[in-house]
Ligand binder design. Sequence first.
Ligand code: NAP
Length: 317
Amino acid sequence: MTLLTRKRFLRTAGAAAFGAAVPNTLPAQSQSPMAESPMAQPPMVRKPIPRSPNGETMPVIGLGTNRYKDPGNAAETAQRMDVIRTLLDAGGSVIDTAEGYGQSEAVLGELFTRMGNRDQVFIATKVSERGRDNGIETMEKSFRELQTNVIDLMMVHNLRNDDVHLPTMLEWKAAGRFRYVGVSHFLSWFQSGVIPVMETGNLDFIQIKYSIDMRGAEKRILPVAQDLGVAVMINVPLGRGSLLEDVEGQSVPEWAREELGCKTFAQLLLKFVISHPAVTVTIPGTTKAKHMADNVVAGQGPLADAKQRARIAAIWD
Ligand SMILES: NC(=O)c1ccc[n+]([C@@H]2O[C@H](COP(=O)([O-])OP(=O)(O)OC[C@H]3O[C@@H](n4cnc5c(N)ncnc54)[C@H](OP(=O)(O)O)[C@@H]3O)[C@@H](O)[C@H]2O)c1
């Protein structure tokens, strides 16, 4: 049954394919919509990074920080530390930033140093400058701002000058400065451009947009990534928050609570995304610890199978 009273404006055509069934990797354990104390939380589901040389896996829920643009005041700093602590306490580790997100890299670098937790974080960032020398300069700046010698994942932001930046990135990966390299895009109608770059065999990760109302990636990009063994990081999984407005005042269906342990619509939207077999991790953006605590629950308990994913999608259709 469709619960929506207001249809979303943007819809992706041909969104019928929901991917193959995903095995339920963990039993549902959480009865709370919010994360409880670290001790009480069930483990977060992890997925393999296909090109990892040593079988590395990654927790499925991360954090996006494109609104950590300026240093902020003391209260904001405390809130951001709470967000990061909540993610790490729940077994998460992936934090996404970019040279293009104002001072987000510097803000994070300062927080990691103050909290002493850089080694618990998988940091992903991006280069977007035009030209080889500008790219090198800003990637060097990323190391300085993030206060680290190794960046876990460096991506070309929105495919800007990828042919120019990737040779440097591969060189620095070989030198151990980056652990993985990739490319990102967030506009659905441009992101098929990641396919030929994946086909070069040089990418460990792609970062693309995929959400319940934007399912175009199911047609080609996600199957190609899966075939080629490229890890997939999903940005904008909550439609920048608008998907939650669609269901304001409504209740999560009983079956989703019972079968998937999802008590909130944010958890259901994230569960839909991470349950696609090609998806490795998603990075919902939040500035609030209570939202981070909500989001990590999506990474606990069983993933949704194809039938359950279709039932989640029907809520927003
Ligand atoms: N590669 C690219 O070109 C590209 C482009 C766009 C974004 N990104 C990355 O993807 C990340 C995610 O995208 P996004 O932040 O734009 O969109 P999003 O994750 O779809 O949505 C973020 C919005 O949802 C709210 N929110 C988060 N969790 C919530 C919860 N549990 N309950 C209620 N509201 C919740 C946030 O507000 P609160 O702060 O109030 O929680 C924020 O307004 C970005 O931070 C960035 O790292 C990459």
